[in-house]
Design a protein around this ligand. Sequence first.
Ligand SMILES: CC(C)(COP(=O)(O)OP(=O)(O)OC[C@H]1O[C@@H](n2cnc3c(N)ncnc32)[C@H](O)[C@@H]1OP(=O)(O)O)[C@@H](O)C(=O)NCCC(=O)NCCS
Length: 215
Amino acid sequence: MTDLKAQLSVPIRSLGPSHRERIGAHLRALDRADRYLRFGYSATDEHIARYVASLDFDRDEIFGIFNRKLEMLAMAHLARNDTPEYRNCAEFGVSVLKKARGRGYGSRLFDRAVMHARNESVDMMFIHALSENTVMLRIAANAGATIKRDGSESEAYLELSAPTLDTQVTEMVEEQYAQADYRIKVQVKHFLDFMATFQGVPRPPVADSQPGAAD
Ligand SMILES: CC(C)(COP(=O)(O)OP(=O)(O)OC[C@H]1O[C@@H](n2cnc3c(N)ncnc32)[C@H](O)[C@@H]1OP(=O)(O)O)[C@@H](O)C(=O)NCCC(=O)NCCS
């Protein structure tokens, strides 16, 4: 059985068109080197704006991890191919803000994307990464992906097994939990913002980079 408790410790929610602004803010916060690692080129703010505007939330799946200030600490994009013969393939891309790295968010988003892809009957997931991107390649290798290095670029692919009742129920529970966690964060943020409008009402400190529901 999937370790649901461990997975719920970092709420990961599926994103929709209403999150475009936060996705843009997350990607613009990446520095030049990270943008290069994420997109394979030195993406400017204009490139990012075009990428965000072009996101297809019906075809693809986009996941996010938020802190209590509703700042998007990490996001992943599982892109499906429109070509009918490649409908069973998907490409994975991910980014984590520098201040939130090394906590397993990249790996957790990868696992979440794998589970979703399996449930959507995708049977091959691709990760395109620069060969220097040892952390991304490690995430893929840990999941059992085959990695082909070609000079400065690497292609990793992971064959996915068929969905099970476990993957389907786990994804449903995780998503509901993450949506509930997000709604609470929205309510808390609105309330604190409202309270802050009153002079003399001190705003309690909010840890700005922990995503857990109990934050
Ligand atoms: C790649 C990236 C998403 C990783 O995110 P992350 O949340 O820091 O990754 P994790 O914490 O899940 O760590 C993944 C693995 O790398 C290891 N790792 C993390 N940081 C490391 C570092 N600086 N050096 C060596 N290993 C490291 C972790 O120990 C873990 O391996 P393990 O599970 O075997 O212990 C993040 O660095 C990033 O956003 N980079 C810029 C964009 C990018 O490169 N995207 C990928 C291309 S699509």
